[in-house]
Ligand binder design. Sequence first.
Ligand SMILES: *Cc1c(COP(=O)(O)O)cnc(C)c1O
Length: 401
Amino acid sequence: MSPSDDPDARDPLAPFRDLFVGSEQPLVYFDGNSLGRPLRATGPRLAEFVEGEWGGRLIRGWDERWFDLPEVIGDDLGRVVLGAGPGQTVVGDSTTVLLYKAMRGAVAARPGRTEIVLDRDNFPTDRYVADGVARECGLTLRWIEVDTAGGVEADLLAEAVGPQTALVLLSHVAYRSAHLADARELTRIAHDAGALVLWDLSHSVGSVPVELDAWDVDLAVGCTYKYLNGGPGAPAFVYVAERLLDEVTQPVQGWMGATDPFLMGPDYRPAAGVRRMLSGTPPVIGMLAMQDMLCLLEKAGMDAVRAKSVALTEHAIALADSRLPGVSVASPREPSRRGGHVTLNHPAMREVTAALWAQDVIPDYRDPHGLRLGLSPLSTSFAEVESGLESVRVTLERLTA
Ligand SMILES: *Cc1c(COP(=O)(O)O)cnc(C)c1O
């Protein structure tokens, strides 16, 4: 192939792929949106931490660096991938736990309002936590019905919100369809109704540019083990807009989110600023790996990352259309409405996924019969997309013959 028809040769971000563990192997990885590959820099970084900081500094490490790390990395996330000024983001518990804290804080900041608005196809943990918060606080869930190949659009949200709405909970990129919500417009609609809005960025952060400050978002949470390559169980982040920092408190009142934890005072007083969203001792080791990925994303630039992401998903859709008879695209076809993955539907996809995993081609499966291709922009090549979709074609042919 000449460079003009080899998309990898034309890809300015192609050299980044070699920085990931396993990139030299023929294995095809389409699940970077569930668990990003580790960077080669991550092993040495963790080993150095054990030897030097943990082993060498011991308890002094808390004073020297670890205590502030949730806010330091929070600010890095804000600058590199969230479009958020400093002092509004902190790294802590799992996404699920931060969803709980943020939802409780938000509904308490809108007293007298009785409803939380969310969509039927939001990620399970978001729906389950919302259900628990609603029961705990005597609120009602108002469900938006959505197409599983699409997501929440402006007209659907406008119909659901009103003077009764305390909080709107939405995912920026839908985990099943990859539908990319118009976060600025949906935030405006929630605000026009007097409600707060909480965005779950788990499936967008690190692959789609986010502008939390410019979009006037109130609260956001997101995962760091997907497109931020923080490793299994890496802690999530929460963003609270500066204008709400005095107003929003959270229910798990631990010492690490209190003013001056080492005063060991008689009563809980929330720390000034976003640190109040913390509860207990921060998971320091779990925060280290994402720093390497943030460095890379800053170097590449989120606009270039998004451009490659769009090119990868366009490539996958073109190959599916031309080479996979009987397969339908269950993601938005308009690139500006689609995040970093593509879902392909066929009744045999559950069996296809199992067969592919056995031959080192690793997509994901999501009901109803969707093969989900997560194309993490810095670690996925166009050749990998070609080879993976060729394996899908051969496997589908074999299983449906
Ligand atoms: C992956 C994901 C989560 C995961 O939550 P955990 O607490 O880390 O298990 C939550 N929400 C969305 C939208 C996700 O995609």
